[in-house]
Write a protein that binds this ligand. Sequence first.
Ligand SMILES: [Zn+2]
Length: 392
Amino acid sequence: MFTATKGKALLTTTTGALPRPHWYTENLRGIPLSQGFSRLAYREQHFDCLACHVAAQHRAGIDIFVDGDARLDDDVAGRSWVSYVTERVEGIGAPRVEVPPAGFMADKGPGDLMWEVIETRMTPPVTARIGKTTLQLDRAYKAIAPMTDRPVKLGSISAQILALMLIDEHYKNRLDLLMDLSAALNKEYHALADAGAPIVQIEEPAIHQIVADPKQAIRPERWVEAFNVEVKGLRDKCEVWCHTCWGSPAAQRVASKEQSYKAALPYFDQLDVDVITVEGAYNRGMDLEHFGAMIGKDKKIALGVISHRTLQIEQPAEIAELIRRALKHIEPERLILASDCGFGRQSMSRMHAFYKMVALTRGANIVRKELGLEEAYIPATDPQLSMVPLLS
Ligand SMILES: [Zn+2]
């Protein structure tokens, strides 16, 4: 059900990951978050990191805050997005060094940045039936929620991406693994919703990655069915977001060529979610008309209008132009403005991520003004708070 975005037009947010402060050197390395919170150095650095993320989003005038994925370790190229979960699910074994790359990366090899990412992935095998999980997403939410009055969105890697990546040594077929993982993670999301989280974000369905692959043994209909098991009952408690993108490890698109969402949209429309996030910045709004025509009115679209793959800060005017183009296909109250994906904990500097968020809000304000909507106050742009005199 709609909570944070109910009845609101053109709200702003980002995906999840924010650059880690360099002084945040503590890591969980497999222990439960609750144990980390009992260690003085980890607790202090984790909570201080959250406070920095809250302050940056406040200064940028963002409407829906994220926690920056502060619980994830400093592994290479966002590996911890995967390993935070694989290290905390019974039935998943110790990671291995050699992992074959996914089919859509078949054209990658030594000399490609994505190859080094693959080298560091160390994906573990499934050695027994999927059992208990200890993600403690509810604790992650409770750590940041008291720091702000704004709604906080928390996300986690989906069963779908895990089922694609894990080496299956237990299940006879991968669909059974997918279904068990989906049911196990569903319990974690319910704990998060029960802790009062207004938004839960699942990252992400596998559908847009596999829909065009005739060799994929599990057909898209089954992935839809599994995703709806993963989010079952959640919409009764909170707003459910489904993140989708074309990749973010080391700020890279995982496939070599630009891809369209079009073939996946009939399946996306069957997902039991309130909001679907899509890329729109890096691909210059290539699928806007399809989002408008193929996604039902019961769902909102969170459109990426700033890129996590570029360091050049988008101009507010160019963001506004992209929003205007999107509004030709999607109603303002169904359109949310976001980043294409997370900024990554290492991919760009904190300063770049911060000014991209400021640009996002400035661009949104241009269009809000045109539509007669209330503009967001952006402390970072307040001339009274400028430390040097403004140029006249
Ligand atoms: Zn993403």
